[in-house]
Design a protein. Structure first.
Length: 620
């Protein structure tokens, strides 16, 4: 199971971002059925004090009504009253600014811009109006006009640090780094004692990957304010990105000594580094310490649950995830993850319950359908798996091709090959450029012994995605198995290895090519290397046994064959060959019988060798 930190963005602790906005955003409207929230990038400037007077008394009456409706979160009503006031007093800067704010919150940026432009004709030095205009332009992706508006605002209020940051951010978006640097230099010149300007300059240098210059700026920031947290975090991030995790850990721990153990950002950076360095026990201790300080820390509960799942401590991981869900609510991503935990803990009924709960709450959540179908397939409830996928197609027709592909895979697993081909063909008809659909269809043709059709689909997948390691490996390995086009097989598999150099299955494929070409020593070398990455794969051990047998190293061959049988006692064909090779003896027979007794009841001895090309792709 992979670490899920990257999948759940609301739990990730990031390094301090650019200087935060101090503008007050308008609250959402929970009352009106016609609620329209403003775009996230727009910031509004509603005064929290009592409304200013408007010159015209009748206009002032409508202004007060609009203000009250705004307080009641009735934005359309407020807009109507402000507009009525503006008809009576069209030159009021107060009314023009307030109605522009409401237009922004109603996502009517065109009208908002018109109102602000009218305001600025009357009062060109209206600072709030200039800044709001800049924000409107940003949301319309009119970056140059936004910069112009913010520059005018800076002239009016040169001490407004945030406006400099707005300008610099826009220059960075436009890849105009030197202009961004000049902007922040102006801020630093205006206020050389502020830590924020130096910090922001450090962030700009980080954008340019100038670690040394960024480090100097962060240190300058700390000279102004020794406990300025963003600069501390920035320095730690430099050590991390420069590949010095030990120094980063020391730095974050030093900050914790100064800031106290409750500082979450530094603690989470420490935890992240420990996980990356595979120091799982230390990371676990850090998370346990956080929970001792605050048992209600949802993020710590979540991260510890994920870490425990990696260490296969599923029961406690499940308990922690239930705590997180209870406090956070039935987020579909969390429930889906909980389902995978139950599944890993062999509690299929609860896994099914979790996946179904996700689907009930969000019928468009793709993963839950796929996980539930895969679980039913694993439980040999094939009709249930297909039923789930058909329901998914109805509920989420935008992804019909994905679910058709999943149906094709289910049919493949139960050897309904014609149905599988039909499903994949339908998926390809909807989305012919998806290389995975051609790759999967190629696998079906391979199982049907339709070599030419398989070859064509694999080649199509590679044409669509030249870095498709699975297709490269599958086709190369199949050539090696059939003892054809060995030079081409070697080339295909070598390309796959460039993409995934530590993939034991692909290394095994290359070794099998060497075996076919009579380069037995190279084959042994590669197979030995493959086993380091995949120690418990029966096919790799079987291959190594075959190579040793070719070199007449019977004792080594016997050991590898026995190891393969112990891992997969259902391979009756290998057991029969083992005896035919004359490798049997009482001790070997005892090991084989012991393995057979441990075989799970549902396992049926197979006569087919596992195709190494798809041994790690057998999932929906």
């Amino acid at each position: 199971m992979k670490i899920f930190f990257i999948l759940f963005s609301f739990f990730l602790a990031s390094c301090a971002a650019f200087y935060p906005s101090q503008k007050t955003a308008a609250p959402p409207s929970p009352v009106s059925n016609t609620e329209v929230q403003s775009p996230k990038t727009i910031k509004t400037y509603k005064k929290e004090s009592a409304p200013e007077r408007v010159a015209n008394s009748a206009a002032y009456y409508h202004y007060l009504l609009g203000y009250l409706r705004e307080l009641d979160n009735d934005l359309p009503g407020a807009y109507h009253e402000y507009k009525s006031a503006l008809i009576l007093d069209p030159d009021s800067p107060v009314l023009l600014y307030e109605i522009a704010n409401i237009a922004v919150r109603l996502s009517d940026l065109h009208s908002a811009e018109e109102f602000i432009q009218s305001l600025l004709k009357i009062e060109p030095d209206h600072w709030e109006g200039l800044v709001l205009l800049g924000d409107i332009y940003v949301n319309q992706n009119k970056l140059d006009q936004a910069i112009s508006a913010f520059e005018k605002a800076v002239v009016l209020k040169p001490d407004s640090q945030e406006t400099y940051f707005e300008i610099a951010s826009l220059y960075i978006r436009g890849k105009k780094i030197p202009e961004a640097e000049k902007t922040i230099s102006r801020l630093i010149a205006f206020n050389p004692k502020s830590p924020i300007g130096y910090y922001y300059m450090g962030r700009i240098y980080l954008e340019e990957k100038k670690s040394k210059e960024a480090l100097n700026q962060f240190r300058e920031s700390l000279k102004q304010v020794p406990f300025y947290e963003p600069a501390w975090m920035g320095i730690g991030m430099i050590y991390e990105t420069d590949g010095d995790p030990k120094k980063a850990l020391q730095h974050y721990r030093k900050f914790l000594d100064l800031a106290g153990p409750h500082h979450r950002e530094a603690r989470y950076r420490i935890i992240q580094i420990l996980i990356q360095e595979k120091s799982f026990s230390e990371a676990k201790k850090e998370l346990e310490d956080l929970l001792n300080l605050d048992p209600n820390d949802i993020e710590a509960n979540f991260r510890l649950a994920v870490l425990l799942s990696e260490q296969k401590e599923y029961q406690r991981s499940i308990h922690l995830m239930n705590v997180v869900i209870e406090r956070r609510g039935n987020d579909p991503r969390l429930l889906d993850f909980l389902g995978t935990l139950y599944e890993a803990n062999h509690d299929n009924p609860k896994a099914i319950e979790s996946y179904k709960k996700v689907i009930e709450g969000d019928k468009t959540f793709t993963d839950a359908y796929l996980h539930l179908a895969a679980l039913y397939l694993k439980m040999k409830k094939n009709d249930e798996a297909l039923k789930v996928l058909k329901e998914a197609r109805t509920a989420h027709p935008q992804k019909e091709d994905l679910y058709l592909s999943a149906e094709g895979w289910v049919y493949l697993q139960v050897e309904r090959f014609d149905d599988s081909v039909n499903a994949f063909h339908q998926a390809i008809k909807i989305n012919p450029k998806n290389p995975d659909y051609h790759y999967n269809l190629g696998q079906v043709f391979d199982k049907m012994n339709k070599f030419e059709e398989m070859e064509k689909e694999m080649q199509t997948a590679i044409e669509l995605e030249p870095s498709h390691a699975n297709a490269l490996n599958y086709l190369g390995y199949t050539y090696a198995e059939k003892n054809v086009k060995l030079n081409e097989a070697r080339e295909l598999i070598s390309l796959a290895l460039k993409i995934r150099p530590n993939d034991g299955f692909i290394i095994d494929s290359l070794a099998w090519v060497y075996y076919r070409q009579g380069e037995f020593n190279k084959a042994i070398e590669e197979l030995t290397r493959a086993i380091k990455f995949v120690p418990d794969d029966p096919t790799i051990h079987e291959h190594l046994g075959e190579v040793y047998l070719k070199k007449v190293q019977k004792q080594q061959a016997k050991e590898e064959f026995l190891r393969s049988i112990e891992i997969n006692p259902s391979n009756q064909k290998l057991i029969d060959r083992f005896k035919e090779y004359g490798l049997g003896d009482p001790q070997s027979e005892e090991r084989i019988q012991k393995a057979l007794k441990k075989m799970e009841p549902q396992q049926v001895p197979s006569t087919d060798k596992t195709n190494q090309a798809d041994s790690h792709n057998s999932k929906i």
